[in-house]
Design a protein around this ligand. Sequence first.
Ligand code: NAD
Ligand code: 89V
Length: 344
Amino acid sequence: MATIKGALIGCGFFAINQMHGWRDLPDVEIVAICDRDPERLRVVGDQFAVARRYASSEAMFADGGFDFVDIATTVGSHRPLVELAALHKVPAICQKPFALTLEDAKAMVAAADRAGIALMIHENFRWQTPILAVKAVIDRSEIGTPFWGRVSFRSGFDVFSGQPYLAKGKRFIIEDLGIHSLDIARFLFGDAGRMTARTRRINPEIAGEDVATMMLDHNNGITSIVDVSYATRLSEEPFPQTLIEVDGTRGTLRLGLDYKLAVHGPAGTVERDVSPTLLPWASRPWHNIQESVALIQRHWIERLGSGREPDTSGRDNLQTFALVEAAYLSAERGETIVVGDLLR
Ligand code: NAD
Ligand code: 89V
């Protein structure tokens, strides 16, 4: 198989994981990188031996020579960079959050469609091994038909030390982390038509909300709670584990701490360890997220080859992003929001 050549824009905190993931994939090579910060360009270029280095994304696209671009910058640059990729007809992966606004996200999907390029959002949490294990239990009907679910991420981890920009935005936990949890809720329970949310800011040193409780009415009748907090001090710090509860007509499942999955069905209770693999370049406690990066990248390469739309395409992620917008609107107005109204 011929080598698939990629380029990466944004050589910051999280891009290191993406570069490791790409390096592990046979037949994929990152041939060019771009960052407006020369130090980040040097660090990542040297670590991964990438010779072509650019301060300007326009210059990198003008030189070309790659089959896809991986956009790993923070949200403010996502729309212009996806539009630039579309202009050059280069398939693009864009980190979450998709965009600053739902209008931007819709414009990005339209630009990709017009250019005829694939657009995938790097929404990796649904690719985590424990989440895939939960999905498999539901799909095998081991607990019957789900009627209620909870997707929960509660932590006191100092996320701001690695990602200082998260302390500064007017929006914080729903946009940055809740977006993953909402996508998991969609992945497990289907699209949701109505959203009711409440938010709080507990940490006085940050600008945005750090606690959110969201209730989703899924189109198939399931009710779910998605709750996220970075203000929860527990005796055992669970970061970055997502805990899941699902009640079905014939049983229940509980994804608990330390990746323990308990399935209680008609024949009794079975407990399994669904821990993620610790990849050679990964480090605890991030290994769950890091493995999911490798898995979503493999998915991208497979879909690029087959021409089929990726599972977390831009089009798919509009639904997740609409839930984010709906949650903020609901919390602000104290009302339930009809999600479909935002997508029109
Ligand atoms: P960061 O600030 O550490 O890195 C971003 C880099 O992009 C910086 O080096 C910056 O100089 C560069 N950059 C920004 N705009 C640019 C432009 N227009 N052209 C060239 N370079 C540009 O940020 P981060 O923490 O690595 O986060 C990046 C993205 O990854 C964010 O959207 C964040 O939400 C996301 N993220 C995702 C996960 C996940 O699990 N999916 C985890 C962490 C972060
Ligand atoms: O996935 C993310 O975007 C990260 C983290 C998991 C730490 O919230 O910001």
